[in-house]
Every structure is written in C-alpha cells, then in structure tokens.
Design a protein around this ligand. Sequence first.
Ligand code: ADP
Length: 425
Amino acid sequence: MRLGCIADDLTGATDLALMLSREGMRTVQTVGVPDPDLDLSSAEAVVVALKSRTIPAKDAIEQSLDAARALQRAGAANFFFKYCSTFDSTDAGNIGPVAEALLSFTRSDFTIACPAFPANGRTVYQGHLFVNGVPLHESSMKDHPLTPMRDSNLVRVLQRQTALSVGLVSFEDVEGGPNDIRRAFDREKASGHRIVIVDALTDRHLRSIGAAAAELPLITGGSGVAMGLPEAYRGDATASSSAASHIEAPEGRAAILAGSCSSATRRQVEVAIRNGVPAFRIDPIALASGALAAQDVLDWIAAQGSDKPVLVYSSAAPDEVQDIQNRLGRMNAGEQIERLVAEIARALSQRGFTRLIVAGGETSGAVVGALGINALAIGPEIDPGVPWTRTLTGTDLALALKSGNFGAPDFFLKAWDLLRPSRQE
Ligand code: ADP
C-alpha cells in the first residue's frame, strides 16, 4: 500500500476515496480502524473513516494514531490526514492537534494544510478560504451546528489550534508550479514554520501541490489536494480513471435520511419535496420530550407507497437550529437526532431497504455505525465528492454518504439513476 489515509469523518473519507480511485489508485474505504482480518493487500490506498471531527482533541489524537499504526502495519508508506474542505474545526481542534500528533508519528517536521476543492467552490487565496466566492466567515459555515467557522484566515484559525508555527505558501509560489512550491516549502521550513496553509484556486494548482508534496511523509488537507498524488506516485501522467459509471445495488426499497442543516442539503430537501418525494420532518423538541420516537417515523414510512424513495429529515434553517440548541444544548440536540436517524436506518435495513442516501457527515457516521458497516467499495460519482458505495462486508447495501454541503439541488432525485440491479446468480 502506498498511501494510508485518516479522515475525520465518514463522508469526507468517501470523498477522498473517490478522488484517489478516480485518479487511478485502487482504493478501499474502511469505517473505523481496519480489522486486522480485513484483506487490504490489493489496495494501493486505504482511507480510514473516523468520526473524530468534533470529539475531544485527545480522543481524536488517540483514534488517529490507532488508525495510523494499523495503516503502517498494512504497509502504508505515506500518510494523509483528511478534513473538511471548509476546515471544520474549533479553537480546541481537532485539525491542529491531530496534525501535530501525526507529524510526530511519521517522524517528520513539516507538512501542508490545504482544504481547497475548486470543483466544489472551495478556494484558498492568501490563506483565506472562500466558499463559492464568499469568505468562509460570511458563508453558511458561520452557522454550522457543531463547528461554526467565523474566521476565514486559515493561518490564524490553525495557529489557534497548535503550538507549531503556521506559515503560508501563497498563490504566487503555487502558480509557478511544483519546483517553486518545493522551494517555498524549504523557505517556510527555514523560517521555523512546521505547517503551511497552501493557496489553491484551480485544479492545476492542486496537481502542482500534489506533485510537490508527494514526498512528504504526511500531507493534510481536503480531498482536492489528493488529486495530484496518484500521478506523482506513479511517476508519469498516464490518465487512468478507474471509476465505474454505474454500481450494482441489491433489489429493495430506497430512503433518504437527512440530518445536515447546511444550505445545500436544505435546498435538496426542498427540491425533493417539491417533486413529490414523501417526506417526514423530525421535530427535535418533540423528540427530546418523548413525544416523537423512531416507531412513529417507521409507522409513517410503512404507510407510504413502496415504489418511491421516502425522505426523513431534521434539516432546519439557522434561526430554528439556534432556537433548538438554546433549548436542548448544541451537542445534546445533535446527538439525539443522530441516535434517532441511526435507529431508523437500522430498522429500515431489517425491513428490505437496500439503498440509502444519508446527508450529513456526523449523521452518516451515526448511520454506518448503527448498521455495523466496516468496509466500502467506491462506485460512480453522483456529484463532485459524493459517490455511490457498496458494502464489502455484512448486509449488502448501496449507500451514498453526502457531506452536508455537497451536491446539486436535484441530488436526491438523480442519484438513483446510477444504480443497477444486482446480477442474478
Ligand atoms: P454536515 O455534513 O452538514 O456538517 P452533520 O450531520 O455533520 O452535517 O452535522 C449536523 C449536526 O446537526 C448533526 O449533529 C445533527 O444531528 C444536528 N442537527 C440536525 N438537525 C438539527 C436541528 N434541526 N437542530 C439542531 N441540530 C440539528
């Protein structure tokens, strides 16, 4: 195995696995630290999905190091720490603390931090992160339920999370190509910086950064910066796309579970409802008071026609989320909803549902945990960063795990077209 990757949430892991597989690396995604019995011998890249984005920093460090050790035992030569392209974190971490711990683990003294993903509208210029052209702190990320991002200067954001000195490799260096970027790395290192935010506005920039960073024992960033790695590791520019255009899915019913409150997901919910998808809205206050339970949702689902996907969502606008958090507490509200959605997913998989779309990173983590899924094969891309996947062990399911902010407005409608029935034996 060439590249061992540790992702701080599940949808982010899938996004990275898709990027590596699209660029020609045989990639397997595991959910949690891989079981020693799982055969990874044919994989060139393994992406371990953790759920460590919003847990206490010391737990995130411990889990990330466990994953790194397992990947090293399985033969990983280089390591990649993947986080969200909107740099989702708080001043307590976990990007800085985990990057620090992995730097020590890889016995290296320098790494990059590059969340840019231009195909999804995430660009970094002079260290400032933009989301579809809007500075991060003005984007909908300022209202994220768990990691509100209120500063778009990533050098500042990361410096608040780590004792290591944070520097910047800016557009001027990146525009010059891989050699200029390598020189900028040397310059930053010589000035005492141990982690550098790297600007990127285009895929060309990402490929140059990939080429320059391929030799680093540790790279940190979004999935975008992995774009140039497969080619750099191969040492040539042979375009090799191994991503399939369809994925086989077991026969069965389909459901959409949305726990993300991001603007993209709220729009997707709206479009699905407008197009006649039967929808159940989870009321977090009713849930907390005991007036709503999983059985109520399951009874509602049972009463729907079986020909259409059903949609269950808790997605709400920022002012509503704020009100719910004031009444229930931020973490408590999130956890109660995640638990409910996970319980519904478990019940659905026992009732013949075999195709699930889950919207939200934390929400997807909760669902996959409840279903006991531990490894996924990567299928076709529905929208940038979101593939269909199929379980490699346990219950046979097709799953699309969508980071809240990803996907076009019609995502919930069009995703099903990429599924084909499984061939009969
Ligand atoms: P994203 O990918 O958009 O970040 P996540 O699923 O990671 O989505 O995070 C959304 C968090 O918000 C989850 O913990 C979820 O349970 C919580 N949540 C969902 N709906 C609501 C709501 N109506 N009020 C408060 N919190 C909510």
